[in-house]
Design a protein around this ligand. Structure first.
Ligand code: GLY
Length: 593
């Protein structure tokens, strides 16, 4: 490389203060305008001085990382500068995120990875989803009387903890796509864990909201002081236990988590009286899986994502396919929002009924059949809402599964990377809800991913639910790491977001914003959020969307204004530049050379 031009869309202090205020507002239920308001993010020139959310996407020429914390993005960029691939950079970013954004992801969790190999022009998708212990059964979340327990009564217990999959998946993908030595990828995270990092506003506020009593002893001792107060904003936090875990994984690979003292620690920390919690055999039997991508055409592009056990790729594909014949205009407008919401309702109705781990249940491929979807799209009336959508009958349906009862939360993160060779990685990585199961072992938190299963194994009609708990099964996810390819088959965009079951809405919003409305990735990330999970029309609280709310209400929509904390991390690939977008609702940045 002849010249390195380094550009950082670093968030300035004002943005941190706005972000902190926004988070305090979320935590306390106070109405604070989001920096990503629809009006601010319209196609008019964004304000220049208020940080990542409102800046135009500055061009980067060679390589780019977008991640949820500057330290993670910088660790990844260092790997790229050292000649590594997007895969090498990804491992470094994930390890640092485990340390500095422990509420969202880490080696005690799972994830899904899309990897574009530019030389071979091949897209691979990797499944590192957590699994239920082999001995888990459909009654895992039922009381003695057969009724489902409440989500809050499950999340912080051993019931919720699945077999972690992220490290086995990264190890597998690194064997195929990595160039740098595996142990080198852990150096930044080991150094930071040993020397310490400054507690961010988001980490401090989420710890304050969660409270010390939510954690096990190791978690309390690490995150809180002797008086039970969370470590202060900017306080340097060291995690020597995690440094040791990282060293073990650097040396022994994923086996360090399934054999030896860390594995025994995981099994002990996950124990729950009277529950079949994970065992050493479960840890040793875990396998990351290469699966076929799910792709759908949309306005001359191919939109590719992750198939089951995630519902993300299929539900994004189904929504966009139903919109393909509709004119959404060239800027956000109420008529377009109505059409998008209606398509999402239909897509979520199918998702909720049919999608689950396809190694355990038959997920009908016909859900993406163009004729089937054309029939579904034909039920959309531009003049009034359908209210609640019913699931359809896809052409290859076998047995009709039951209605699903599951709840998903938002402890997730997105890493998007393009390297100098043109390879790209989109990883959505999670420990499920904020701080996962809140059980810490060997410096990292264990997930609560099993709460993504339906708590009820059968519906009111006695039909088995597709996403019921079964031994070894992976809970259905909404994670939607996505790549877009142009008509020539060249990579056009890399994106994804955290956000639980709203992830699909966030990704659809960003795709429509870029493809239909011509926004750059920063504008697309910041754009006010809209969508429907087959319930009310959800319009982001604090975003300037009152006019849309009124127009949608006039079409019969029940309109809700929830706080929605997407974390869209986007890279647009153009013939000469890379354009980054980091969601202003979180602490991420886009950096590159
Ligand atoms: N736990 C969030 C998801 O997998 O969608």
């Amino acid at each position: 490389m002849s010249q390195k031009t380094s550009a950082v869309y670093a968030r300035n202090p004002l943005t941190f203060i706005l972000g902190a205020l926004f988070l305090v507002g979320l935590t306390l239920g106070i109405h604070v305008p989001a920096t990503g308001a629809l009006a601010q993010a319209s196609r008019a020139a964004p304000e220049a001085a208020t940080g990542a959310g409102d800046r135009p996407a500055a061009p980067i020429r060679t390589q780019m990382v977008v991640a949820a914390h500057p330290l993670a993005a910088r660790a990844a960029r260092q790997m790229l500068r050292d000649g590594g691939t997007a895969m090498d950079a990804l491992v470094a970013a994930q390890m640092v995120l485990n340390l500095v954004e422990p509420q969202s992801s880490g080696i005690g969790g799972g994830g899904f990875l899309l990897y574009w190999d530019a030389a071979e022009k091949r897209l691979a998708t990797y499944d590192g989803r957590e699994t239920a212990p082999a001995a888990a059964g459909p009654d895992r979340f039922l009381r003695n009387d057969g009724t489902p327990i409440r989500w809050p009564d499950a999340v912080g217990t051993g019931r919720s903890i699945g077999v972690p999959g992220i490290v086995p998946m990264l190890e597998l993908a690194h064997q195929v796509h990595g160039d740098l030595a595996w142990d080198k990828l852990f150096a930044p995270a080991i150094k930071l864990a040993a020397e310490g990092f400054g507690v961010s506003p988001r980490l401090n506020l989420l710890l304050t909201a969660m409270g010390a009593d939510a954690f096990n002893e190791e978690g309390r001792d690490y995150f809180f002081d002797d008086d039970g107060e969370p470590h202060a904003l900017g306080e340097v936090l060291r995690n020597p236990a995690l440094a040791i875990s990282f060293k073990q994984i650097a040396e022994f690979g994923a086996a360090a988590l399934s054999h030896g003292p860390i594995a025994k620690g995981i099994v002990t920390a996950a124990r729950e009286p009277g529950v079949a919690t994970l065992t050493l055999d479960d840890l040793r039997d875990y396998t990351a899986i290469v699966r076929p991508p799910v792709c759908a055409p949309y306005r001359g592009f191919s939109i590719c994502g992750m198939g089951p056990p995630s519902s993300g790729g299929m539900t994004v594909a189904s929504t966009l396919t139903m919109l393909a014949d509709r004119d959404l205009g060239d800027a956000p407008n109420a008529a377009a929002l109505h059409l998008i919401l209606e398509a999402e309702k239909l897509a979520y109705a199918d998702r909720n009924r049919y999608m689950a781990d396809s190694d355990y249940v038959a997920v009908p491929a016909g859900l993406l059949d163009p004729e089937y979807l054309a029939g579904r799209a034909g039920t959309i009336d531009s003049g009034q809402t359908m209210g609640r959508a019913e699931p359809g009958i896809p052409p290859d349906l076998g047995m009709m599964p039951g209605n699903d009862v599951s709840s998903e939360n938002a402890g997730t993160s997105q890493i998007s990377i393009v390297d100098r060779f043109g390879n790209a990685a989109s990883l959505t990585t999670t420990i499920e809800s904020a701080f996962g199961s809140r059980r810490m072992v060997a410096g990292f938190l264990l997930n609560n991913e099993l709460t993504d299963f339906s708590f009820a194994p059968v519906d009111d009609l006695g039909r088995p639910v597709a996403n019921r708990v079964e031994g070894g099964k992976r809970p259905r996810s909404s994670m939607a790491p996505t790549m877009v390819f142009d008509a020539g088959g060249d990579l056009w965009a890399v994106l994804g977001s955290p956000g639980g079951s709203r992830i699909i809405l966030y990704v659809v919003k960003a795709l429509v914003a870029m493809i239909d409305w011509g926004m750059d990735p920063q504008e697309a990330a910041a754009l006010g959020i809209f969508g429907s999970r087959n319930g009310p029309a959800e319009l982001e609280r604090g975003a300037d969307m009152d006019a849309f709310a009124a127009d949608l209400a006039a079409l019969g929509h029940e309109v809700a204004r929830p706080s929605m904390t997407s974390g869209l991390h986007i890279i647009r690939v153009t013939p000469d530049t890379l354009l980054g977008g980091a969601d202003p609702r979180r602490e991420g940045i886009a950096i590159g050379d």
